[in-house]
Design a protein around this ligand. Structure first.
Ligand code: UD1
Length: 427
């Protein structure tokens, strides 16, 4: 297995291209199941999760053709064609590796009338149930059965029909599954308390490009007029706001200056507000955002919540940064109950962090030191990379496969802005 080795202390400076968004890609890929025509996605990130999703689609009978991107726009182009659905089963072996596989449930039951998906099971960042996905599909007339670790959704004989869905909790994945099902249901669907993350806006725009009729895009109330079929389209995956936010933290923690090329400020207000309060300068330019820091960081009080509030997917990276701030920060995680797994590792590097339930108290220290560390999820792994960039000496981040799920060419991008970072084989 590979590890990432970082010798900390370099001030990062330069241009860093932002890739297509992982979480947008993972909900745009299953849109291919909704049409017999071709769906082409541009700016698809080169990520393990996107590739796994491609394999899952192949299993279901979607043919895929990938072509390479070039230059600074590094995304790939993927053309998908689901003329006929060959299988409606998403097997355990694929789903266990990638929880987002659950996003084939809605499109499959809408187009093929049934879908069987292995239950994703527990996850390193908390329990992560799928009850809201299932209730939403039931509201569209689907019958749900659970057996042998699989969930089966069956549409009524005339197909799914529009309905009212009121989400008791804001869920990104459940909103996506419901939206992908509703576009092919008969009649009108109204969704209340829908998630409005930028990745959901991206999904809705792609569906509209495929012929869907959706009102309220970008709000928490989505109204869908179902269609009997959708057509093909070409669509560009949005830039990854979490990748951009992570590299903004890299500039902040090293007192550097990084141009996030292709990043979109509109999607990142809460992240930038946090960075500004911490003393980091954020300046949009034509085609990106410049992040400048002077090495001094102020503490913050932050709480994660659904968009447009501060994203849970940035909590771990901010914690690494605030571990070196001048004072005490208070972070509260309201989305996932077990998302502080990076804390013991950061502490081993010399950070002073205490967790009380959902709240972490981060007392800034003057220096942290390199160590062998590993994390059990993607964003936690990135927080250890950030800590390594600022630490004295060498940090070796193990279990790199987490990073490969969500950060395209991480060590190449960070080296290009001056980090001393390389990938090595664990032997
Ligand atoms: C997505 C993102 C993930 C991000 C999260 C929150 C993808 C592939 N992943 O995950 O990176 O951290 O949004 O922004 O896009 N819940 C239920 N029942 C359900 C579904 C969710 O109780 O059926 C709860 C979850 O346990 C959690 C909360 O709702 O506490 C939000 O989860 P959700 O928004 O669904 O996260 P994901 O879609 O899994």
């Amino acid at each position: 297995m590979d590890r990432i080795t970082i010798r900390g202390g370099n001030r990062l400076k330069g241009r860093l291209p932002i890739s297509g968004a992982k979480n947008a890609a993972l909900t745009l890929l299953p849109c291919s199941l909704l049409t017999a025509e071709r769906l082409t996605l541009n700016n698809l990130p080169r990520l393990a999760d996107a590739d796994s999703f491609g394999h899952l689609l192949n299993e279901l009978g979607v043919s895929t053709t990938m072509s390479r991107g070039n230059g600074e726009t590094i995304g790939r182009q993927l053309t998908m064609s689901a003329g006929a659905i060959a299988s409606t089963v998403a097997p355990y072996d694929i789903v266990r590796k990638m929880r987002a596989s659950i996003l084939v449930l809605g499109p499959l039951v809408a187009r093929a009338g049934e879908a069987t998906v292995s239950l994703p099971g527990g996850c390193a960042i908390g329990n992560r149930p799928i009850d809201l996905h299932l209730k939403a599909l039931e509201a569209l007339g689907a019958e749900i059965e659970l057996a042998a670790g699989y969930v089966k959704a069956i549409a009524p004989s005339g197909g799914l029909r529009g309905g009212r869905i009121s989400f008791p909790v804001v869920s990104v994945g459940a909103t996506e599954n419901a939206l992908m099902a509703a576009v092919l249901a008969q009649g009108e669907t109204v969704m209340e308390n829908a998630a409005r993350e930028p990745e959901i806006v991206d999904l809705a725009r792609c569906l509209v490009a495929m012929g869907a009729e959706i009102d309220g895009i970008g709000t928490d109330r989505l109204v869908v007029q179902g269609k009997t079929s959708l057509h093909g389209a070409e669509y560009e995956v949005m830039p990854d706001r979490i990748e951009a936010g992570s590299y903004a933290c890299a500039a902040a923690i090293t007192g550097g200056e990084i141009d996030l090329v292709g990043a979109r400020a509109d999607d990142m207000e809460a992240i930038f507000q946090g960075l500004r309060t911490a003393g980091v300068e954020i300046a949009p330019f034509d085609g990106g955002i410049r992040v400048t820091a002077d090495g001094k960081l102020r503490p913050l009080t932050l709480s994660t919540a659904p968009f447009p509030a501060f994203p849970t997917d940035m909590q771990a990276q901010f914690m690494a940064m605030l571990a070196l701030a001048d004072g005490t920060s208070v972070l509260t995680e309201t989305i996932f109950e077990n998302r502080y797994m990076h804390v013991p590792e950061l502490t081993r590097m010399g950070a002073d962090i205490q967790v009380h339930g959902r709240t972490a108290i981060v007392k800034g220290v003057d220096r942290i030191v390199g160590a062998d560390v590993m994390a059990t999820d993607l964003r936690a792994s990135m927080s250890l990379v950030l800590a390594g960039l600022a630490a004295d000496g060498e940090t070796r981040v193990h279990r790199v496969y987490h990073l490969d799920r969500g950060y395209e060419r991480l060590e190449e991008k960070l080296s290009a802005v001056g980090a001393d970072i390389e990938r090595e084989s664990d032997g």
